[in-house]
Design a protein around this ligand. Structure first.
Ligand code: MF3
Ligand code: CO
Ligand code: CO
Length: 267
């Protein structure tokens, strides 16, 4: 599938969908607390999406070889790498949690995720993993500019992971996004020298590195979705949807409640 260059109308639609996805996370932030069941967070986010004229892209999503995804969001705790299915299980003090939201608004997909630390105490290593993964995502985004190779994103992400003693998950990556959930290109978060896609204004894709405290290897649970670290070490992920502009990049999944953005980022 060729990479779609978005028209200005499509870019306008993506700005709205992406902002709403980020607002879903703003909305849920105060509820990510000790004792809450993740299914309850999922229900609240699903209601919020609907109240804002959108639907979840995840609910019922069934790519080839998968059964339909059963919830509105993905909530991945501790050693869960991604695609954690919300459940009756309650959050505990010191958990690190990724909440990944993808909305469909007026036919456009906005995709973003953030990490949350549950309670006021977390291990130094868990906090380091969360913070280093945040920097990893932002350094990857900062490598985006028209005329540059997409592989620069992977190189930048991998550099942070290595410097921090963390590993990069290979099997999952970012993706083009627009009128479809997962479009070309695949965005690798490590150096893949054969990737020589040249970035062009109007491309929109996600940057969503998954970093593990232990080895990069993963396994899948038999629910058909949940991905965990093979060694059960902690894993973290942050995600933005980003537009390639004439001069650099525009991060689309930003909203008023977004956490502080590093000073090397211009957005
Ligand atoms: N939001 C995820 C991504 O970043 C995809 C989740 S697919 C689901 O690409 F079906 F698990 F929700
Ligand atoms: Co994504
Ligand atoms: Co996502």
């Amino acid at each position: 599938m060729a990479i779609v260059i978005k028209t200005s109308e499509e870019i306008a639609g993506m700005r709205k969908a992406c902002r709403l996805a980020s607002e879903v996370l703003d909305y849920i932030t105060p509820y990510v607390k000790v004792g809450v069941a993740t299914i309850e967070l999922d229900r609240m986010m699903n209601d919020f999406m609907k109240a804002h004229g959108a639907v979840s892209a995840c609910l019922g999503y069934a790519p080839a070889g998968y059964k339909p995804y059963p919830a509105a969001t993905c909530i991945s705790i501790n050693h869960v790498v991604c695609h954690g299915i919300p459940s009756e299980k309650a959050l505990k003090k010191g958990d690190i949690v990724n909440i990944d939201v993808t909305v469909i608004l007026d036919g456009f997909y906005g995709d973003t995720s953030r990490m949350f630390i549950v309670g006021d105490k977390v291990s130094v290593s868990a906090k380091h993993l969360v913070d280093a993964t945040y920097e990893c995502m932002w350094r990857g985004i900062a490598a985006i500019a028209p005329g540059k190779s997409l592989n620069e994103v992977g190189i930048a992400c991998e550099r942070v992971a290595r410097a921090e003693g963390l590993s990069v998950v290979h099997e999952y990556g970012g993706h083009g996004v627009g009128r479809h959930f997962h479009e070309d290109p695949f965005v690798s978060h490590y150096n893949t020298p054969d990737n020589n896609i040249i970035l062009k204004p109007g491309m929109i894709f996600t940057v969503e590195p998954m970093l593990n405290a232990g080895s990069r290897h993963i396994s899948g649970l038999n629910d058909g979705w949940t991905v965990i670290t093979r060694d059960r070490s902690l894993s973290a992920q942050w995600e933005h949807t980003v537009l390639v502009t004439e001069t650099g990049y525009e991060v689309l999944t930003i909203s008023d409640g977004y956490p502080p953005i590093p000073d090397y980022i211009h957005c």
